[in-house]
Ligand binder design. Structure first.
Ligand code: IMP
Length: 501
């Protein structure tokens, strides 16, 4: 006989947190949102953690290299979409890793014998008014000098017939930094010498990077940015259960930090095989798996070697899986059950496998609920799709700014591998829609606000860390009537913008 779950399955909007005691030191500024990303043994530290509990969804309309840099600056991780060629995905990863926070590598420079026109052309193309001069004009050639648009008057020189070498500040007069210098040290040199930029060179005098005064200011604005040991942004990528033996080495070569099998349903032999093969060939590769929605599914992927497990079927905003196939589970119930299985597994084996609640987050407090219910971090698609940094077009529809957002299982993305059930069967129906989401501005502003709300709620619960929240949270189901009570009610609201998100 079929198995029947005793409880109906619920979603985040049906729950609230009941405050606990708040001590005087439990203030938002003291809340630490650090959270593990990959599994670790009791008493050890995870090989990878995040500074905020957010990752962006493995989707064409959400996670490219631009999104990855913006989110890493805030302390989270993007999983760059896998529904593109291996070369393109690896190139996106490489671009993120090449973007060393505050250390700029240009793709071209000028030579001393070039004309000033070359400097103008380069400025037009890159927007940079400071250009390094290298012996052969290559990005990492021997540094000969620096030329800026302040070194010559446009109305006084013959651009085509004037040489860069006659106007540049030559190497002998330049202050430079040695490769290996930290950003803080470089900034000190810039400030102490009233410079606008500092070229960083290696022992042979070859140019490695430029550090600009304005970039350091931006770095300081992002105290939680997520960097690897070489000061490069951390980045993730999605993979599938078909071409992983080619895709994984290309991503690793490009410098990817963590990957996830991206599938609508992960309790499958295909995921077990992929995890096995990848870990056998690349033992240090970090690979999450999913999605599952119950204890059994979690334990299966845990035994199969997943570094973290993603939860959620059918809850995504663009998802029509439940309508199309009748599979899925309320996201809150799924998270609660998988969290229990994770704790039980930890108790039994001493191995903590982080879990990620993926999809269905609508309001900021849903993130806090997911964490309180046991998630170590949450994956969001719609949320990030609304920001400047998402890869899609910003349009005006019915007088309002919107951004495009489409599911991986829509005809537009055609990511059929995500729904792969093996064999040669061709998917003949969609599991996602193509949609618009309201444009919401910059990622930085929105994430800062969301994290502020999480910190405040955590303080209401008397928790200063995510594990503490998971221990202390008191969570209640609410009736339909109390949900209505929770919004402004029985009044005519004047300023609706106050209630955004
Ligand atoms: P959202 O944050 O509610 O928009 O959900 C995003 C999540 O929906 C993703 O991380 C995926 O797990 C899932 N998803 C992405 N594309 C599709 C689709 O086409 N159909 C069903 N689920 C999808």
């Amino acid at each position: 006989m079929a198995y029947f779950f005793e409880e109906p399955s619920h979603t985040f909007g049906e729950y609230l947190l009941v405050p606990g005691y708040t001590s005087a030191d439990c203030i938002p500024a003291n809340v630490n949102l650090v959270t593990p990303v990959v599994k670790f043994k009791k008493g050890e530290k995870p090989a990878l953690s995040m500074n905020i509990p957010l990752v962006s969804a493995v989707m064409q309309s959400v996670s490219d290299d631009k999104m990855a840099i913006a989110l890493a600056k805030e302390g989270g991780i993007s999983f760059i979409y896998g529904s593109q060629t291996i070369e393109n995905q690896a190139a996106m990863v490489a671009r993120v890793k090449g973007y060393k926070a505050g250390f700029v590598t240009s793709d071209s420079n000028v030579k001393p014998e070039d004309s000033l026109q070359a400097v103008i052309d380069l400025k037009e193309r890159t927007g940079h008014s400071t250009v390094a001069v290298t012996a052969d004009g290559t990005p990492n050639g021997k540094l000969e000098g620096i030329i800026t648009s302040r070194d010559f008057r446009l109305d006084r020189v013959d651009l085509k017939n004037s040489k860069v070498s006659d106007f540049m500040t030559p190497f002998t007069e330049l202050i430079t930094g040695q490769d290996g210098i930290t950003l803080a040290e470089a900034s000190d040199v810039i400030w102490n010498n009233k410079l606008n930029s500092l070229p960083i060179i290696d022992k042979k005098g070859n140019l490695k990077y430029m550090v600009f005064r304005k970039d350091y200011a931006s770095h300081e604005e992002h105290p939680l940015e997520l960097l690897d040991s070489q000061q490069r942004y951390i980045v993730g990528a999605g993979i599938n259960t078909r071409d992983y033996m080619e895709r994984v080495p290309a991503l690793l070569e490009a410098g990817v930090d963590v990957m996830t099998l991206d599938s609508s349903e992960g309790f499958t032999e295909w995921q077990r095989r992929a995890l096995h093969d990848i870990h056998e060939k690349w033992p240090d590769a970090k690979v999450g798996a999913g999605n599952v929605v119950d204890r059994e599914g979690f334990l299966f992927l845990a035994e199969a070697g997943a570094d973290f497990v993603k939860i959620g079927i059918g809850g995504g905003s663009i998802c029509i899986t439940r309508e199309q196939k009748g599979i899925g589970r309320g996201q809150a119930t799924a998270t609660i059950e998988v969290a229990k299985a994770r704790d039980e597994y930890y108790e039994r084996t001493g191995i903590y496998i982080p879990i990620c609640s993926d999809g269905g987050i609508v309001h900021d407090y849903h993130m806090t609920l997911a964490l309180a219910m046991g998630a170590d971090f949450v994956m969001l698609g719609r949320y990030f799709a609304r920001f400047d940094e998402s890869p899609t077009n910003k349009l005006i529809v019915n007088g309002s700014y919107v951004k495009e957002y489409w599911g991986e299982g829509s005809n537009r993305a055609r990511n059929w591998q995500r729904y792969d059930m093996g064999g040669a069967s061709k998917l003949s129906f969609e599991e996602g829609v193509d949609s618009y989401v309201p444009y919401a501005g910059s990622l930085h502003d929105n994430v800062t606000m969301s994290m502020s709300k999480i910190r405040h709620t955590m303080c209401n619960c008397g928790a200063m860390t995510i594990p503490e929240l998971q221990q202390k949270a008191k969570i209640t189901l609410v009736s339909q009537a109390s949900i209505a009570e929770g919004s402004a009610h029985d009044v005519i609201v004047k300023n609706t913008t106050l209630r955004a998100e």
